[in-house]
Write a protein of this length. Structure first.
Ligand SMILES: C[S@@+](CC[C@H](N)C(=O)[O-])C[C@H]1O[C@@H](n2cnc3c(N)ncnc32)[C@H](O)[C@@H]1O
Length: 289
């Protein structure tokens, strides 16, 4: 039977209802928002302007494509992975298999970095982001500080390629460079600012992560060892060598790791100032001497 053509608004409702029916009342899920992003992707359209086109009719192949995307979503694939991008700090970052999906918590690091750079009056700061992933923390920071230059490093070649593409996407390629590196090994030079969101999931939490994370984010971006602090133990002792005198570092960590991270930082001569994320967890710290 041939169905009459449906509008974009009707297709969004249909996809949202399909997801809602599958998920039940799981309040952690957002069927209407996911439906909008999936329908926009099936149409090859910009999700932000989709509602302006609500009355347009949709060709059958787009309906089928949107329903296929909804099935992937229902099986636990995050929308960001399906559509290949995620918004962070108002910028749309391309993703690839080697990149973590940027999390809103990490905007805490950007906010603090920009505030501290401005407070110190640094006009041309040299910034390095260790474990840059999609480049989200570094590129968001550069987008706010027009005179800044930044280096992003990662052990994943795929992540480094994607971060470089994102830099070009935002017109930041002339103020950034990306390289494959194992934390601080092979890195020299004097930076005003070090930023890092290393993998920090501990051995107890790793097996309990939701499907969206454990099956779709790279393990290299998650695993922080038994207590989650393995990577900080490698990076923090190197900060003095990499920072200019008076420079500062900002680290993100897990919402239960503030005390352990602070003790580690103090043991290496750094004073941590804790920063809260939007839900109110201690989520990051600025380290100064
Ligand atoms: C939690 S993710 C953060 C990614 C990105 N900065 C963000 O906030 O979305 C940690 C990143 O560290 C990288 N990484 C893991 N081990 C590394 C190592 N030994 N040296 C450099 N980067 C590493 C991972 O590939 C991943 O991109």
């Amino acid at each position: 039977m041939i169905e009459p053509p449906i509008t974009i608004a009707a297709l969004r409702r249909r996809i949202a209802n399909q997801l809602r029916a599958g998920w039940g009342d799981d309040s952690a899920q957002r069927p209407a928002l996911d439906a909008k992003l999936l329908v926009a992707h099936a149409l090859g359209a910009d999700a932000q302007n989709l509602t302006l086109r609500d009355d347009e009719t949709v060709p059958d192949h787009v309906v089928l494509a949107a329903e296929a995307l909804a099935r992937r979503r229902f099986r636990g694939e995050p929308v960001a992975r399906i559509v290949g991008e995620r918004e962070f700090w108002g910028l749309s970052f391309q993703l690839s298999p080697g990149t973590l999906v940027p999390r809103p918590d990490s905007e805490t690091v950007v906010e603090a970095a920009v505030a501290e750079i401005r407070r110190r009056g640094l006009e041309r700061p040299a910034v390095i982001d260790l474990g840059t992933g999609s480049g989200c923390i570094l590129l968001a920071t550069l987008s706010e500080v027009p005179g800044a230059f930044g280096v992003g490093t990662d052990r994943s070649e795929d992540a480094v390629r994607t971060a470089r593409r994102n830099a070009a996407r935002f017109g930041l390629e002339n103020r950034s460079a990306f390289a494959v590196a194992d934390w601080t090994a092979a890195i020299g030079g004097a930076f005003d600012v070090i930023l890092s969101n290393p993998p920090y999931v501990d051995g107890d939490d790793l097996p309990a992560l939701p499907v969206e994370v454990i099956h779709h984010d790279p393990r290299l971006a998650l695993d922080g060892g038994a207590d989650g602090l393995d990577h900080y133990r490698k990076i923090v002792p190197e900060l003095g060598r990499l920072l200019k005198p008076g420079g500062f570092a900002i680290f993100e960590f897990g919402y239960r790791q503030a005390a352990m991270f602070s003790a580690l930082a103090r043991a290496h001569g750094w004073s941590p100032t804790l920063l809260r994320d939007l839900p109110g967890h201690d989520r990051a710290a600025v380290l100064t001497r």
